[in-house]
Design a protein around this ligand. Structure first.
Ligand code: MN
Length: 747
């Protein structure tokens, strides 16, 4: 704001760095030297000095001086993404305008238009990613426009995020969770879209590590344990191929490709399979070195299919038809000698570089030289779609984006061609509220792609939606069942509540008239007791019943009279619920007991201890699981497992309502855990399972469900356990039973 801040009073040329900073600069220059085709050491040095000087005295959460962050980002830009001189300078300065006294004008004066353009873009898109909710669609659009103008802005942003993720563990847990979630949901898919597979994988793994440390460690450990076996299998598979390749004089490298940790986890979750089964699908990549060309990839393909039987449906030719992000490769899946599926990817060195590092790998920004076709096509395509939202183009755009991006979301176009993001399952009602709550309230009908449709019809990606509104409010309370967005739900609920309030106010009025007439005096608190005795959860709901005519006001008058005269209340209809007649009832009661008794099991970090909390049913946490709390609208705290999918969405939409919780050391309580069991069916198997469980110390079984089909057996057992170790102990014992092939925790 102040005038003296418009110019930095700093002359980098006459500034002397101290020894440690000199060392850091030297290292950065060495990285540039090694990775950049051409670069200007003096300019890099000046940018280094400006960033050091402007962030001086500021430290990061790790305690390190701040300037080390932009320097690390610059190194990632040079080394891992393979960008250019200007990008390195922009990376060094990327936080200056936003966080320090340095202005964009200063940058322009010192480093020229391009750098200042990039910094401006970086400062702007940091706002894009901060914006949440309904604004996201528009800002996402703007982001795309920025991308189309100069992709370097986005690439530097990835480098920035990557370094922040690598140093994430220094931040408070709550922050870690929200940054990791954002990375997983926004940055990683975008990195994928750009073809930056290595960075995408690392972002995903780092996010996963922060979100679910136990799950991460588990898979990492398993991967280490299986390393040798995997290498042996790859070696065996390659023996016949190697001979052929050597014989034909091929220059090549073989990579046994362990899938990255998060992708293994995702597969385990999606297919509900244990690690071993996911892992068995191993994958090999054959990379042909120069001077081999794409024709040679086909020759390698024929060597492989000569030696092993291919699965035809799994063949993919991304060489003739590259993906939009530039990815090229041949994919095939064959069966090895042991009957296992092996995925093989064949590509040249150049294709591999592009696959790992993205288009930036061979996009050298040189003027005049032949520009990369793939990149040009990508940029042109984004522009075209943005400038010309014809329905067909929009659909293509959406389809392509959907492949890699938000699969839980759909893209909807307004009549003006503006893009909006909605969750899957959204209806025109959601859309209407998303545009404006007034449009939602007045919606009468909707036109989807030019045709009138019911407001409740589910939308699909690419639909162009127009809402037809009336002059008056037309909100229908039943819509609550037809909407999925928070905005629509809360507005409809509010509407229902207002309506209910009117009705219950009229009920209260009716009561007050009677009370006056019969001269009845009763405190509000006693009235609550009376309403409870009359089986209403609250006084409000009783008045609602009176107001809507489902209860006669005279019944209340009678009840109050009786309450006053006897000082207590007699109700003939009361003796209804007794303890468990049927096994199910008994179990449900037991379950409730367990839930209640669990109330001393958690420590809410940094919060008062008398906060009400409960365990979410979607993921059934057990002591030992990594958990967090989420403050619900009613103010109580729901405990979720960190791995819970619902939680992901909650964190994304409302990060401020996350609370850090951990388990108390000893709980002595019981929790619900489910185990999936797969094996060979035989006589007495169920008996064996239940006796293993009942013979295990302090274990009660809630239920067992089995189905068997031509000799195979699949079942789910629900038990009460003290903690995760207890559950794991039971699983181990079950695995020892004859005929059991798999037993694992089940959601
Ligand atoms: Mn930064």
């Amino acid at each position: 704001m102040s005038a003296e801040k418009t110019k930095i009073k700093f002359d980098p040329d006459s500034y002397e760095l101290a020894a440690p900073q000199k060392k850091d600069l030297k290292q950065l220059l060495a990285v540039c030297e090694q990775n950049l085709d051409q670069f200007e050491p003096e300019t890099v040095e000046r940018a280094f000095k400006v960033t050091y000087w402007s962030h001086d005295g500021i430290t990061r959460a790790s305690g390190e001086p701040y300037y080390l962050h932009p320097v690390a980002v610059a190194e990632i830009v040079a080394e891992e993404i393979g960008m250019d001189n200007v990008s390195v300078i922009a990376a060094l300065l990327h936080d200056t305008v936003e966080d320090t006294d340095v202005t964009l004008d200063d940058i322009r004066r010192e480093f020229g238009d391009t750098v200042s353009y990039l910094i401006d873009g970086l400062t702007k898109i940091s706002g894009v990613f901060k914006t949440k909710g309904t604004k996201q669609a528009e800002t996402f659009m703007k982001l795309l426009i920025t991308m189309a103008e100069d992709l370097r802005v986005v690439l530097i942003k990835f480098a920035d995020r990557l370094h922040n993720m690598r140093t994430l563990h220094h931040l408070p847990r709550k922050k870690q969770l929200s940054i990791a979630t954002e990375t997983l949901e926004l940055y990683a898919p975008l990195a994928h879209r750009f073809g930056l597979f290595k960075i995408k994988s690392e972002l995903e793994d780092l996010s996963f590590k922060a979100l679910d440390p136990t799950g991460f460690k588990f898979i990492a450990r398993k991967l280490r344990e299986k390393k040798e076996a995997r290498e042996a299998a790859i070696h065996q598979f390659m023996v016949p191929i190697q001979q052929q390749l050597d014989g034909a004089g091929f220059n090549f490298e073989i990579k046994g490709r362990p899938k990255h940790i998060y992708s293994i986890y995702k597969k385990m979750m999606r297919q509900q399979k244990p690690f071993e089964e996911i892992y068995d699908l191993f994958a090999i990549r054959i990379i042909l070195d120069e001077p081999h060309s794409k024709e040679d990839c086909w020759r390698v393909y024929s060597f492989i299919t000569d030696a092993y039987t291919p699965i035809p449906e799994r063949f993919r030719d991304f060489i003739s038809v590259p993906k939009a992000n530039g990815y090229q490769s041949l994919h095939t899946t064959v069966i090895n000698n042991r009957g296992q599926k092996v995925e093989v990817q064949i590509r040249t060195r150049k294709m591999d570089e592009i696959a790992e590092r993205g288009l930036a790998a061979h996009w050298k920004y040189k003027e005049g030289t032949d520009k990369n076709q793939g990149l040009d096509r990508f940029v042109r395509w984004v522009r075209e779609v943005l400038e010309n939202p014809r329905p067909e183009a929009a659909t293509e755009f959406v389809e392509d984006f959907q492949l890699n991006l938000y699969t839980d979301e759909i893209y909807i176009f307004t009549p003006k061609g503006e893009l909006r993001t909605l969750p899957k399952g959204a209806t025109p009602i959601d859309f209407a509220f998303d545009v404006h709550s007034e449009i939602g309230e007045r919606a009468l009908a909707a036109k989807v792609n030019g045709k009138i449709v019911p407001l409740r019809q589910k939308l699909s990606s690419g639909d162009q939606v127009e809402v037809i509104t009336g002059k008056q409010i037309n909100l229908n309370p039943d819509w609550i069942n037809d909407v999925v967005t928070h905005k629509a739900k809360s507005r409809i609920r509010q509407f229902i509540k207002q309506k209910e309030r009117k009705i219950s106010d009229s009920g209260r009025e009716a009561w007050e008239k009677k009370a006056e007439r019969f001269n009845l005096e009763i405190s509000e608190q006693d009235l609550v007791t009376v309403s409870n005795k009359l089986k209403y959860p609250s006084m409000q709901s009783m008045f609602y019943a009176i107001g809507s005519g489902t209860m006669d006001v005279n019944k209340l008058v009678k009840a109050v009279k009786s309450f006053i005269s006897k000082g207590r209340f007699e109700d003939e209809t009361e003796a209804k619920t007794q303890t468990g007649d049927t096994p199910e009832e008994f179990q449900d009661q037991f379950y409730d007991e367990v839930k209640k008794s669990s109330s001393n099991s958690l420590v809410l970090n940094g919060l008062l201890t008398d906060v009400k909390y409960s365990f979410s049913k979607c993921c059934n946490p057990i002591p030992g699981d990594d958990v967090v709390g989420f403050i619900s609208r009613d103010g109580d705290v729901k405990i979720h497992r960190i791995a819970c999918n619902n939680l992901r969405h909650l964190i994304q939409s409302d990060p401020d309502r996350i609370v850090d919780v951990s388990w108390a050391k000893q709980t002595g309580n019981q929790f619900v855990g489910a185990i999936k069991i797969i094996g060979e069916d035989r006589v007495g198997l169920i008996n064996d399972i239940s006796s293993v469980i009942s013979n295990s110390l302090k274990t009660n079984m809630k239920s067992i469900n089995v189905s068997s089909d031509s000799g195979s057996f699949e079942g789910t057992v629900i038990i009460f356990v003290e903690d995760l170790k207890h559950l794991e102990r039971i699983i181990k014992r079950i695995l020892k039973i004859d005929g059991i092939k798999q037993a694992y925790r089940y959601e």
